[in-house]
Design a protein around this ligand. Structure first.
Ligand SMILES: O=C(O)CCC(=O)C(=O)O
Length: 291
C-alpha cells in the first residue's frame, strides 16, 4: 500500500494541498504516519493487500472496445467511505459551472483512495504503461431531471502524445444501466478525432452501437480517452454520483492544441506551466504509484 516513501513528494503538491498542514519535513513524516493509520480502514478496505491487476481478458476488451468494466475492483465499504468523505467535503462547482475537481487536494480520504496503488496498477495495465500519472479527479453528480452529459471524447479536451489516457468512472452507489455512461464501442480506434457537430451528436445513438452496463458499489467502468461516451438525462429520485479519475501514461508529453476546447482546458491552471513537447511534471500530474 502507498506509504510516505511512495508519496508524490514534489513541493508544489505539499504547498497546494493538505500536505502543507503536515508542517516541516522533520515532523511531517511522523504526522503522515499518524494520518496513514487513521486511513487504515481505507487502505485495507479498498480491496485487500494484494493490488488487483487487469487480466489479459480485461486488457484485450479495453484495447478492442475502448471500455471495460472491472467488477469488484474495490471493496464496497471503501467506496462507501469515499462517498461519505465527498459528501462531507460537499465541493462546489467551479465559477464557470464545471463539476468540482481536485478533491484529492482537499480530503485525505480521497487522496488515500486515488493514490492507492490499486488504481494506478489497473490503469497502467490497461494502457500498457510502466508508470501513470493523475491528471485530475472530477465529481459528477446528477439530480432528478438533470440533463445528461453530451457525447464527447475526453481527447477533445486533453492534449498530449504517448500511449494515451483513460478515465476510471467510480459510481458511489449501485447504478442501473440507464444512469451509467454509454460508450460507442471501438470508437477510440477511429482515425478521425475531429469535434462532433451538434447534428452528429443528435444522430449518434441511432447510427452507432452503444453499450451501457449496470454497476454495483466497488465496480469501476474504465474508458480510453478516445472513446465516444456520454450519459442520458437523469430521471431517478436520488442523487447519482460518480468520481471520475483521469489518468495518463507517465511518459506522455504535452502537445499543442488542435481545437478550441484543448486551448481552453486547464482545470487548475497548472497546464500553463507546460510548453508543447514538455514531459508532465509531478506538480502538474502527480505519479500514482512507484513501481
Ligand atoms: O458522469 C457523467 O455523466 C459524465 C462523465 C464523463 O464524461 C467522464 O467521466 O468522462
Amino acid at each position: 500500500m502507498i506509504g510516505p516513501d511512495q508519496m508524490p513528494d514534489a513541493d508544489p503538491l505539499r504547498k497546494e494541498s493538505f500536505f502543507s498542514r503536515l508542517g516541516p519535513p522533520s515532523v511531517a513524516k511522523e504526522r503522515l504516519r499518524a494520518l496513514e493509520s487513521r486511513l487504515e480502514t481505507h487502505r485495507v478496505g479498498i480491496g485487500g493487500d494484494t493490488p488487483r491487476r487487469a487480466s489479459q481478458m480485461e486488457r484485450d476488451e479495453f484495447n478492442r472496445n475502448g471500455h471495460v468494466v472491472i467488477r469488484r475492483a474495490f471493496s464496497p465499504r471503501a467506496v462507501a467511505l469515499l462517498g461519505d468523505a465527498l459528501k462531507r467535503l460537499n465541493p462546489p462547482r467551479s465559477p464557470d459551472g464545471q463539476p468540482p475537481s481536485f478533491m484529492w487536494k482537499q480530503s485525505p480520504e480521497v487522496w488515500a483512495f486515488i493514490f492507492d496503488p490499486r488504481l494506478g496498477l489497473l490503469a497502467a495495465d490497461l494502457l500498457g504503461a510502466s508508470r501513470v500519472r493523475l491528471i485530475h479527479d472530477v465529481l459528477f453528480q446528477k439530480r432528478g431531471r438533470e440533463k445528461g452529459t453530451t457525447w464527447h471524447r475526453d481527447s477533445d479536451f486533453w492534449r498530449f502524445s504517448g500511449r494515451g489516457a483513460l478515465t476510471m468512472w467510480i459510481p458511489l452507489q449501485d447504478t442501473p444501466a440507464e444512469m451509467t455512461l454509454r460508450y460507442v464501442t471501438g470508437s477510440h480506434l477511429a482515425p478521425d478525432r475531429r469535434l462532433l457537430r451538434r447534428f452528429e451528436k443528435a444522430a449518434l445513438s441511432t447510427r452507432h452501437h452503444y453499450v451501457r452496463t449496470p454497476l454495483t458499489l466497488g465496480d469501476v467502468a474504465i474508458h480510453h480517452y478516445g472513446t465516444l461516451h456520454g450519459s442520458t438525462r437523469y430521471v431517478g429520485p436520488a442523487l447519482r454520483r460518480a468520481l471520475a479519475v483521469h489518468v495518463i501514461d507517465a511518459e506522455a508529453r504535452f502537445a499543442a492544441p488542435i481545437n478550441v476546447y484543448q486551448q481552453r482546458h486547464n482545470r487548475d491552471c497548472s497546464w500553463d506551466r507546460l510548453a508543447p513537447g514538455d514531459c508532465f511534471t509531478d506538480d502538474v500530474a502527480p505519479p500514482m504509484f512507484r513501481p
